[in-house]
Each structure stands twice: as C-alpha cells, then as structure tokens.
Design a protein around this ligand. Structure first.
Ligand SMILES: [Zn+2]
Length: 168
C-alpha cells in the first residue's frame, strides 16, 4: 500500500483524501506526545543549557503549535535525513521544521515517543543556530563530509548524555 504521505502534487480522490487527513491527525497527536517528552527532558538543567539566548521549552512549544518562531510539517523528504530545519525565505524571523514521513530505522514513523522527543530536540539545536545565540549542538551535520559525520556523533552524544538517555 502506498503511504498517504507520498501523494505529492497529484489530485486525490475521496478515499485518498480521507487517508491523508487521517495521517495528518495521527501526526499531530504523535507530535504532542513527542513534545511532552522533549519538554520533560528540558526540565533538566544540563539539557536546557545546550540552548543559548532563549527559553528552549517556550520556543519548541510555540513552534509545535505554529504560533511563534515557526512551525512543523510532516513531509516526504529525500532519503538522507529524518528531518530538516531552515529559515523561511518568506519570513526570515521564522523557521520551518520538516519531519520526514519515510519508513525505516531512525525515521519518525519507526521511533517511539522518546525517540521522537530526541529528534525534536535535535532540530531545536538547528533552530537556535538560525534564530537565537546558537546551541552546543553542531549545526553542520548534513552530508558525507568527515566533519558532518563527526558532528552527528557529537549531537547524538550531547542529547543522550544530557536530555534523553538514548540514541536514535
Ligand atoms: Zn541535524
């Protein structure tokens, strides 16, 4: 069966549309429970201290609710990443976090609540590099370069040591 997230730009018939609406509703529910895990982790001083220049719980909550600083969307991304964060070109004061709806190890659909909370905190590091005074989490962690490879390891370790005691 084709994933409801892989519809792209094609015109949907009635039953496809119901599937997409279901998938969106489930994503919003999963996002709320992942947010709870992330907020709980941010109650720890060592986790909160990874983020500089704003209150990370407040920033993440606002982004998940789409109220302030940006928003989060579920999307079919290229296979390389489980998520991506960028400044909106149409509003540089806000970010867009895209969560990949591909299936496979390390992707949202295959993670439990804690794994998803971990993923949100990882992306929050990128948000802080875009909008505030940065983060101990490394920003350059995409692609095949040795630096990116090293930074992915550093980010996983920082988050599992200080925030959520597990890796993706
Ligand atoms: Zn990253």
């Amino acid at each position: 069966m084709q994933s409801p997230w892989s519809h792209g730009m094609k015109i949907l018939d009635r039953s496809d549309r119901a599937d997409v609406e279901d998938a969106r509703r489930i994503f919003r529910e999963d996002l709320e429970s992942a947010l709870s895990k992330a907020i709980k982790a941010l109650e720890k001083d060592d986790c909160r201290a990874l983020f500089h220049g704003a209150n990370p719980s407040e920033v993440l909550t606002n982004i998940v609710q789409g109220k302030k600083y940006g928003d989060i969307k579920a999307k079919m991304l290229k296979p390389e990443g489980a998520a991506q964060t960028g400044r909106k070109w149409w509003n540089p004061l806000e970010v867009r976090i895209d969560i990949s709806m591909r299936e496979g190890s390390g992707y949202w659909l295959n993670l439990d609540e804690e794994g998803r909370g971990f993923l949100l905190l990882h992306e929050l590091g990128h948000v802080f590099h875009r909008l505030f005074d940065g983060s101990d989490l490394k920003d350059n962690d995409t692609g095949d370069s040795a630096e990116a490879e090293e930074n992915r390891k550093i980010n996983d370790k920082l988050l599992s040591d200080n925030c959520i005691g597990r890796q993706l």
